[in-house]
Design a protein around this ligand. Sequence first.
Ligand code: TXA
Ligand code: MG
Length: 342
Amino acid sequence: MKTEIIKIDYLCTGQSAIVVASEKIKSGGLVAFPTETVYGLGADALNAVACAKIFQAKNRPLADPLIVHIEDKQDLLRLSNEVYKITLDLVDAFWPGPLTLVLKKSQNIPLIVTAGLETVAVRMPDHPVALSLIKESQTPIAAPSANLFGRPSPTTAQHVYDDLNGRVDLILDAGKTSIGVESTILDLTQTPFRILRPGGVSLESLRTIVSDIEPYEGNKILSPGMFKSHYSPQAKLILIDGNGEVQVDRVRELAADFHLQGYQFGIMAKEENVEKYNDFKVKNLGAGENLTECAANLFSVLREFDREGVSVILAEGVKEEGVGVAIMDRLRRAQGIKRKYV
Ligand code: TXA
Ligand code: MG
């Protein structure tokens, strides 16, 4: 399969690319497209064969369910028969945006999408290209992140191409995604509601709408597909928690060790610390006080290190609040046991 890349502007003013892409979706093909979080690998969510191709293209286990993307709130009623007022309150407050809701599924959704579960994850992305594509395709679009299984999610079309060239029909390239980490997943089928994956929407902001929400528990596998090792660069990642001088000293200590042993390694540092590691290979994650910036850069920096062939990444941890909870979750998973990726 030849992978075509079409550039498209953020506001999606030239519709021709959307028409081409929607034809691919309608005929059961795969299209990678930008969302506000990360790029997604999309197929017609109501076409089981098309969705099967997603798993094949990513080498993704069939036990890992997909998120269904919609562009019209009304479509939620086609995907679930159990939509309550509280669901709609959340939808009104956060959609379009980086919040995925897990609901009881309706008969319309093929079981391959939900990995055999009776629940479905749904979200409305906040990106004109994604919304236009869904609308023009006249169907909900199932889309996981457009990376090979287990790799860091793609925040640029180039990242998608690096992983999926020859495995996807078309990539819509609208530049770098703004948020950079995936959506927050909130399970509405258990009481109290529970965060299954921290992401672009923080627990604090969810609690302004629904006060009783169980926070994310990173040490438990709550969601099928939330594997202990995930979002991983090829390099071995070592997370150095904490802040201030203690954190810098620890990073420098480890760096000196790896240097002595002759390793190719890199340091992912907060902006304020970058110059403290100038004698080593160092990349800037973003200012420690600006977690939004850090989230937007996270996966790009990890992939850059991979491209440059380092075998170890020393990663400074960030403050665990707001979107920092999602960043730290991804870094902890990136530390997980290495597997082989094809
Ligand atoms: O920001 C995002 O959510 C991106 C963009 C493309 O929308 N998508 C994304 O998809 O991150 P993916 O497949 O990489 O992660 C989706 C995760 C699955 O791994 C699974 O843990 C969870 O969503 N999920 C999907 N359906 C579920 C369900 N019915 N119950 C619980 N968890 C579910
Ligand atoms: Mg993913």
